[in-house]
Design a protein. Structure first.
Length: 220
């Protein structure tokens, strides 16, 4: 009970700092996720337009996810130095992979008969993509986005190794002072903060998925 009281006192004393670091953490993840989503949708669509593209995209996604994030971050630090840039690069890279896979799967799952019907009604390839294929694939794409969001919350903590923003710094600080005053509290506060942010972001993305159904399909 004393440990719990001590932890709450620790959080209360540093609430403003933790709130700011939480904002940084969420901002880093959301901005990286937006970039990753845009890139994945563009490249995923292009991949489905060539015979070998879908298989290549799936292979790249599978292989890319086997790369240790810590090792890749260390490599990036040696190339672009420390700070925000390597943190954004590594988050965009790992966030891109699950979304790319789901974009390809989602578009491939669209009934080819519907696509042919849309083309027969005079819709061009771009119009068919925007009004039929992407809306139908949207739930699958958003599943990939949600998976990426959860993964990036943890990777963003690792980015603190390169002095990236967010709650990861609190965790690394606690580990480096293990056995010292408030070291455990620092680790727990950072970890619980990341878990809470992950839950909040997933709820928001789930709500976004529900509020953005395939409305355009009815107008095809």
């Amino acid at each position: 009970m004393a440990a719990v009281t001590d932890f709450f006192a620790f959080v209360s004393e540093r609430w403003s700092v933790l709130a700011f670091l939480s904002y940084q953490h969420m901002s880093l993840v959301v901005q990286s996720l937006l970039i990753a989503t845009a890139l994945a949708v563009i490249l995923g669509v292009l991949a489905t337009r060539v015979s070998w593209g879908a298989a290549a995209a799936q292979t790249f996604s599978a292989v890319g996810l086997t790369i240790p994030s810590y090792a890749l971050l260390g490599l990036l630090v040696g190339i672009v130095s420390i700070g925000v840039l390597p943190s954004v690069v590594i988050l965009v890279f790992f966030g891109f992979l699950p979304i790319l896979r789901n974009v390809v799967v989602g578009i491939q799952a669209v009934d080819s008969g519907l696509v042919e019907s849309a083309r027969g009604m005079g819709m061009g390839r771009v119009q068919t993509l925007l009004r039929l294929e992407l809306p139908l694939a949207w739930p699958v794409i958003m599943t990939g986005v949600r998976v990426s969001a959860q993964m990036l919350m943890g990777i963003a903590a690792i980015a603190a190794y390169a002095l990236g923003p967010g709650l990861g710094g609190y965790i690394f600080s606690g580990i480096s002072r293990m056995g010292g005053a408030n070291a455990t509290n620092s680790i727990i506060a950072g970890t619980l903060g990341i878990i809470l942010l992950a839950i909040i972001l997933d709820l928001v993305l789930n709500l976004l998925t529900r509020l953005t159904p395939s409305k355009g399909i009815s107008r095809v």
